[in-house]
Design a protein around this ligand. Structure first.
Ligand SMILES: C[S@@+](CC[C@H](N)C(=O)[O-])C[C@H]1O[C@@H](n2cnc3c(N)ncnc32)[C@H](O)[C@@H]1O
Length: 534
């Protein structure tokens, strides 16, 4: 596993790059969240209420990051097109499959920018996590403030996590990290009317744009053979079955759809004749990867694993019996091995739980529900009960329903900080300055930070999964190379190398983030991660 981190501005670097090409990209570029401040920012009516805090931070981009700020969304889109075009021209193999994270408010500009730069957009994945915090502005409080009606101060609240420099705006000193907590009771009648109205929803998902470098008239087959590019690794991205009953429900035995009839060469309405054709459904390695990725809510708790006894699967000895007349036919039973299943205690906002509840399937349970076969029934569409009355079998005793989608947790504080135990920071006007532990200990609490100071760190398991999806098979004549523009704290480098990429190359403008990335890579990959020059 080789990696390189290049400290450079992306467009400058792309212009000068003349090296070997890459098979794929995974990238988390800036989202241009400045747009909200530009559109509703200083000089316009709503700016007045936006200047004090949230909106002023957004005025510099996401969480005050200068690198996330653009004058207008049009500028952002043009900037995206510029690097997208250069990536296609200088860095990627034809047909290279690329994944770009976006922000829910601005990803359409990212998508159009990529498209204008030459990429073919062909899907958008949704990473559903359900645990963001709403950045909503209270209309009622705004009305009172505009009317000069002071609300009672009932305490103070901290705004943790923001550097002093990030909450400063222009000439005004917004450096306080402690804010007054105002009463929720409206003062003016208008404010009372607008109680409970706000400006934003709770963020619960992230878009990930799936696109491809132009194929230059080549077929997918020729791209694969000539360059090792252009394809999705469907089998590598399959979502494991959670249990034998989950596997059985995804690949039902004893059922036959018109699609399978075609597969075995039968006429679509061959009907009862079909039972004479021997047909076995191939064993699948897991569910087909979906464009929906799930995460448990931060507050959910993994309680541990439960072991469920494996299900008994019965198969007719002589092919499928899809249209009845199966009673009495010889069958053989296979005892599936026990399975280990994660048990979660989920909070109400958890998307996994919400999907489960809506699907009407048990979200938790003591394990296996046993049932005994009844007499069966004759002449049904999908076959009569073939097992002797009273045969015991196990069904739905697990949480297999969430297995329809890949899921992983958001990056925990521990994951972000792993490898950064000696990273001590002092908050300064321009951001952070690395200091010794002794100096750090002498600082006021509000002036110091520790570990990972990057504000947008992606979960390693999510990146590992996504980069598996774009990983080609091992290639005889060349290494599999993934390009990671805007590599930040190194999450995409770590995740893609863990997925099996031979070479991962990141480009990141900020020296401090590169220092962090190097330490995180060392921690996560140890001696398996070999730093190279490219
Ligand atoms: C959204 S962050 C990526 C964070 C990454 N997902 C992680 O887990 O650490 C985007 C990164 O792009 C970098 N960046 C922004 N503009 C850049 C440019 N023009 N050239 C190179 N890097 C840039 C920023 O410094 C920032 O670290």
């Amino acid at each position: 596993m080789k990696y390189a981190i290049i400290e450079a501005e992306i467009i400058d670097w792309l212009k000068s790059y003349e090296g070997e090409r890459f098979h794929a990209i995974i990238s988390d570029p800036p989202y241009a969240l400045i747009s909200i401040a530009k559109r509703f920012g200083p000089g316009q009516a709503e700016a007045q209420e936006g200047e004090d805090g949230r909106f002023s931070r957004l005025g510099k981009g996401f969480m005050g990051q200068i690198w996330d700020g653009f004058d207008t969304l049009e500028d952002y889109q043009k900037w995206v097109s510029e690097w997208a075009k250069l990536m296609i021209e200088k860095v990627l193999y034809p047909g290279a499959v690329c994944l770009f994270f976006g922000g829910t408010r601005t990803w359409h500009h990212l998508a159009v920018g990529l498209e204008n730069g030459g990429f073919e957009i062909y899907d958008t994945l949704i990473y559903l996590y359900g645990s963001g915090f709403p950045k909503s502005h209270s209309i009622s409080m705004g009305i009172d403030k505009a009317a000069g009606a002071e609300r009672e101060v009932i305490g103070t609240r901290d705004a943790p996590g923001y550097a002093e420099s990030n909450v400063k705006h222009g000439d005004q000193d917004r450096s306080k990290l402690e804010f007054p907590e105002y009463s929720k009771d409206a003062v003016t009648p208008d404010a009372d009317t607008w109680q409970g109205y706000g400006t934003a929803l709770k963020p619960s998902w992230e878009p990930i744009i799936l696109c491809r470098a132009p194929r230059k008239g080549q077929t997918f087959a020729s791209l694969a053979v000539e360059f090792g590019s252009g394809a999705l690794n469907i089998d590598g991205g399959r979502v494991d079955y959670q249990s034998s009953s989950d596997r059985a429900s995804a690949t039902p035995q004893g059922e036959c759809t018109s699609k399978e009839m075609a597969a075995i060469g039968a006429e679509p309405d061959a009907g009862r004749e079909l039972e004479r054709v021997k047909f076995e459904r191939p064993e699948q390695k897991g569910r087909w990867p979906s464009n929906l990725l799930l995460s448990h809510h931060d507050d959910c708790q993994l309680l541990g694993d439960i072991i469920t006894p494996g299900r008994v699967i019965n198969r007719w000895k002589e092919g499928m019996k899809p249209f009845g007349n199966a009673a009495g036919e010889p069958f053989e039973s296979e005892q599936m091995p026990p399975e280990t299943i994660e048990r979660w205690a989920c909070v109400a906002e958890c998307p996994v739980r919400q999907l489960d509840d809506q699907a009407g399937i048990r979200s938790s349970g003591s394990g296996v529900i046993r049932r005994k076969t009844g007499k069966g029934h004759q002449g049904s569409v999908f076959g009569a009960e073939s097992r002797p009355e009273g045969t015991e079998s196990a069904t739905y005793g697990d949480t297999g329903h969430v297995s329809r989608f890949y899921y992983c947790g958001k990056a925990s504080r521990r994951e972000k900080d792993a490898g950064l135990e000696t990273f001590f920071w002092k908050r300064v006007d321009t951001g952070y300055e690395r200091v010794t532990e002794t100096e750090w200990l002498s600082l006021e609490k509000k002036k110091r930070a520790k570990g990972c100071i990057h504000p947008t760190v992606k979960p390693l398991s999510l990146i590992q999964y996504l980069s598996t999806l774009v990983l080609p098979p091992e290639l005889e004549d060349r290494e599999r190379r993934i390009f990671i523009p805007f590599s930040g704290s190194g999450s995409e480098i770590i995740g893609s190398l863990k997925a099996g990429w031979d070479v991962a190359v990141g480009v990141e403008a900020e020296a401090q983030y590169n220092e962090i990335a190097t330490a995180r890579i060392l921690h996560n990959l140890g001696m398996f991660g070999v730093k190279v020059d490219i």
